[in-house]
Design a protein around this ligand. Sequence first.
Ligand SMILES: [Zn+2]
Ligand SMILES: [Zn+2]
Length: 277
Amino acid sequence: MAKDDVLIRIWGGRGSVACPGPKTVRYGGNTACVEVRCGPHLVIFDGGTGIRELGKALTAEAPVEADVFLTHFHLDHIAGLPFFATAYDARNRVHFHAARLDTALTLKTIVARMMSPPLFPVPVDEYRADVDFVDFSVGDRLEPHPGLVLETRALCHPGGACGYRLSWAGRTIAYVTDTEHPRDGSLDPNVQDLMAGADVAIYDATFTDAEYACYQGWGHSTWREGVRAADAAGVGTLVLFHHDPAHDDDAMDRIAADAEAARPGTLVAQDGMTLRR
Ligand SMILES: [Zn+2]
Ligand SMILES: [Zn+2]
């Protein structure tokens, strides 16, 4: 990998709940987790069940330093954190970041609550890595390492969610999940800010158009709205993400074909898929 390349690897592309099984082997069943390598820096978006496999893979690389950026605290985005081996390994450094959303609780308090009886037997204090929890405000510009910048914007989701626009060495990656598009046919200006000219945009494509009609207000979008937003923003590659667990591999194939016809080059996230930019 060239020094300034950005490598993106999908570890979990599902939304809502993990759905392993024979009908989802090709697209995968783990919930939201995306690894982004920016030169020497390791960024991880969300801590869904996909982060367990990522943590296992990182064990061979210890010591590692990782910055984990959460979009929000729904379980499909944090359920893997108690199983994230990287945070239990004293050789590592892990910085967790999350926006203050519609709650007075800090990020550390939320993770500590999840990792406490009777929900989970191992407390967050068992994280043996050098761990810190960073709360920020949506809209902040973050620079966790020199030259690695993340712009943040509020997304339209029950309880709030934070979208990210990562920039490194002239590459831009937008991570835009969980979000619902405006129902009046307009474009969400925050989503446009995040996606503007991005090389890659990872977008919440939970529903088909037909399904969306039944789920307005649930805080999720469609692949067709993803195409519309990406076209308007001049995105390079659109990656459909946060798949409904009800969509088996055959259903995902149909979505992939429809999206390819609408916007050639559109990718559908599959666990294990990698992109280099
Ligand atoms: Zn979600
Ligand atoms: Zn959510």
